[in-house]
Design a protein around this ligand. Structure first.
Ligand SMILES: [Zn+2]
Length: 239
């Protein structure tokens, strides 16, 4: 699997969807500041920094808002906090223990054993480990995200969508008619044979039944919106 950014795709004014090597993040730019939604794997740190420089120059990073506490979404948050003074980190209130790693709701080796004869799962696991997926990525200073707030000049609304993890949260950007879906709904994944809107393989979910039903509801709710998933390509409104 490649270790570079696959694409940076503008979703709206000041909203940039970054398709990373294996997971995605969103850069928001406005009012002389920048913000991130999700932050890739630990090994994605240079790519996250590159994407910030590319689209936001050297304006200060104001906030990192995370959809959930998995290593491929919060991986570079600690390093970013260290190198960008004053940056705040937010997650859904029910996700805080997972982001702090007081608990761990994440796929582990025992979940993988039944899949080990499938090449896609093996190469996904190799990439996940190489990208630092087993490292300690807990973010202690994470705060509960308010239901709505403005970061880097963009209004965002937090919507709790439990299933993938207990406190998984997606973020609507109502002015851009775009939504950062995290892993509640994706358009592709390394272990999936198909592209197009889908939920992740059940082994990745904390509660697979809840995740499936949330995914079906979200696909209806956001039909007509620009979809920015945690994995897979952006799906722009009207395309
Ligand atoms: Zn993910």
């Amino acid at each position: 699997m490649t270790r570079s950014i696959r694409s940076i795709n503008p979703a709206a004014d000041g909203v940039f969807f970054v398709e990373g090597p294996a997971s995605n993040w969103v850069v928001l730019v406005g009012d002389g500041r920048s913000a991130l939604i999700d932050a890739g794997y630990p090994a994605d740190l240079p790519l996250v920094e590159d994407s910030l420089r590319d689209v936001a120059g050297d304006v200060p990073l104001e906030a990192i808002v995370v959809t959930h506490g998995h290593s491929d979404h919060i991986g570079s948050a600690n390093a970013l906090v260290a190198s960008h003074p004053g940056v705040r980190v937010f997650a859904g209130a029910d996700e805080l223990p997972n982001v702090r790693r007081e608990v761990l709701h994440q796929v582990g080796v025992p979940d993988l054993v039944p899949q080990l004869l499938k090449p896609r799962f093996v190469s996904w696991a190799v990439h996940a480990v190489r990208a630092g997926g087993l490292g300690d990525v807990g973010v202690q200073q994470v705060e509960a995200v308010p239901a709505s707030m403005t970061i880097a000049g963009h209004r965002i609304r937090a919507v709790t969508t439990p299933g993938h993890t207990p406190g998984h949260t997606l973020y609507e950007l109502p002015d851009a008619h775009a939504v950062a879906l995290g892993d509640s709904l994706v358009t592709g994944h390394a272990v999936s044979r198909r592209e197009g809107l889908q939920t992740l393989h059940p082994m990745f979910h904390h509660d697979a039944v809840a995740a499936e039903s949330a995914g079906a509801t979200l696909a209806r709710t956001y039909s007509g919106w620009t979809l920015m998933p945690g994995h897979g390509a952006i799906r722009k409104a009207g395309i």
